[in-house]
Design a protein around this ligand. Sequence first.
Ligand SMILES: NC(=O)c1ccc[n+]([C@@H]2O[C@H](COP(=O)([O-])OP(=O)(O)OC[C@H]3O[C@@H](n4cnc5c(N)ncnc54)[C@H](OP(=O)(O)O)[C@@H]3O)[C@@H](O)[C@H]2O)c1
Length: 292
Amino acid sequence: MYRVSIIGAGVVGTAIGYLLKKSGYKISGIGSRTLESAYKAQHFIGEGEISTDLSAISKKADIIFITTSDDAIEGVCNKLVREKGINTGATVFHMSGALPSDILGSARNAGANVASLHPLQSLANVQEAVKNLPGSFFCLEGDDKAILIARDIVKGLKGKIITLKSDKKPLYHAGASVASNFLVATIRFGIELLEKAEIEKVVALEALLPLIKGTLMNIESLGIPLALTGPISRGDINVVEGHLRSITKEIPERLRLYIELGEYTLSIARNKGKIVDNDVKAMKSLFDKYLK
Ligand SMILES: NC(=O)c1ccc[n+]([C@@H]2O[C@H](COP(=O)([O-])OP(=O)(O)OC[C@H]3O[C@@H](n4cnc5c(N)ncnc54)[C@H](OP(=O)(O)O)[C@@H]3O)[C@@H](O)[C@H]2O)c1
């Protein structure tokens, strides 16, 4: 049975520890900057020695997950190596989507196998994370031996794997951020417009949620561009002009954002094929007129 140590007892560290234990791994230790977080994680996971002496924890493990904030991963890894906290032949993972496995280079030089194992999932707290991680996609990049171990871990989580070249990670992560974080931002933008229409913020979110969920279901069943609806996809230029006029009057600081999103939506509408080049041209000139 592999012994696993978690270094960085936050949301992801705690959740992956819990799920790995459930898959049959032994959580031998949990290290964190504060004992309080390590204790909370231990309580949730149900096992593991805890300490703020990170190398004392990592040296007792075959697999080490460094699940600190991204900015701390490389420094923590270097410290573990300096303090001889990583055994030859051990496997070290980090779970950042943006950073390559090379930031674990000091562990590789010390004889470990390293990889990044990024769950393509939004993990807002530990309870949600243990529900959402199983079945997710995991993006994998690094040394062959570490990748083999990661494949087993993902299999245990009933997840799916995407492999990636190291230098493509920032683009991959930008895509994930656009689809997830900017979705939150776009919904907030929608709520702002409803608030300007004198709908209370709480009601606005409640009212928009069925629309958002319906849209996601359309994307799931029809894909993009077929899931696109609305005035831009129909070429209803007068309706779009009404939007632009109201936004200019009520919330002009958001006009640029509306137009940027509108222009991108227009390219999707063109791909859907319900509008022709002349509609696209007319809509583009309308956007240009309001940008001036
Ligand atoms: N949350 C997500 O949606 C998500 C999704 C995919 C991947 N990830 C990745 O998962 C990793 C962890 O993210 P998270 O959301 O779990 O962050 P988090 O909840 O903020 O947890 C990070 C933990 O790292 C610990 N830490 C920070 N610096 C440390 C140091 N120098 N030494 C020891 N421990 C340190 C902190 O410990 P203390 O509490 O003890 O101070 C904190 O609990 C990141 O690489 C992130 O990119 C996150």
